[in-house]
Design a binder for this molecule. Sequence first.
Ligand code: GLA
Length: 376
Amino acid sequence: MPTEFRTFRAPGRVNLIGEHTDYNDGFVMPAAIDAWTWVKVSPLEQRKLQIYSKNFEEEIKVDLDDPNLARRGHWSDYPVGVAAILQKSGHRLRGARLQIRGDVPIGSGLSSSAAIEVATACALAANSELKIDRRELALLCQRAENEFVGAHVGIMDQFISLFGHARKALMLDCRSLEFKLLPLPDNVRLLICNTMVKHELAASAYNERRAQCEAGVKHLAQFLPNVTALRDVTLEQLEQFGRDLPDVVYRRCHHVITENARVLAAAHALEHQDLDEFGRLMAESHQSLRDDYEVSCKELDLMVELARQIEGVYGARMTGGGFGGSTVNLVREEHVEEFRERVAREYEQVTKLKPEIYACVASEGAGEVLAADERG
Ligand code: GLA
């Protein structure tokens, strides 16, 4: 890297509750975690991007004036997708040399993809002297993932990567993009358990769930003309007007509608420091994701079961898109060591896989890293 460079970083996230609700205009409650993607950037004379990934030890080059930039099924789709969408939406980019390094575990349900998108977007915007506000940056990164990478994700991951706050969870209304910061009590820890599995169907099953929700909305809107998303439907309305839906679509809608209600109740519980109630809602969320939405898997279910048997655990559930990845656990500080030791040992005994368990700290969102604390 030349000496004249700037460094930006963006965090991964863990979602406390509100799963598969973001693309239904609903509510989510993630926190940014202290695992990051760093992007070092310096200007290039020509309108080209030269992108080196330290994790993959590989460099790629693209021409910013190439009209045929397209997905290659490669790590570089994320940064190139961000550049392509920034330009498509009218932001003219300067050429840049980028060096990317990340420590958000890939495929773990902790949103390494949003971290790379957001860190790249911040770096490219600064390098081109563009002032883009954080909401727009989040939406542009989501668009890059939707249109360029081809994953029809919601706004949660990119948003929290930009708006995260130290020691706070963030409840986001994915329709209005208004949010509320909620205090995480000092004597509890957020433990993330990585099952170390990622099942193949994750991407296609995600898009399929999304389509099933849309089918549910289409049916319900015949009776309820003001309904444009599952966010607008109450449980009573689903029971009344959803009787003719195929069973699987009914259950998908049931999950989303009840999950939205759980997020609101969980925010209330957190504001009143009622962790028992918060944990109960996490358990219900897991059950609904497992039975109604069918995005869990045996490894995630096992990890949650093992966690529940440990003293001092308020709640445990899968986090993120599912089909492998991680669970999130709310654990009293003094039981963290016992948790780590027992859950890791018992999980390994059954699955023969060594899980990774991280005690995470809710962190601030993306930003520039000053030379003094630069770790990238
Ligand atoms: C993935 C997506 C998010 C969200 C979650 C499920 O992480 O990127 O937009 O839909 O799955 O809650």
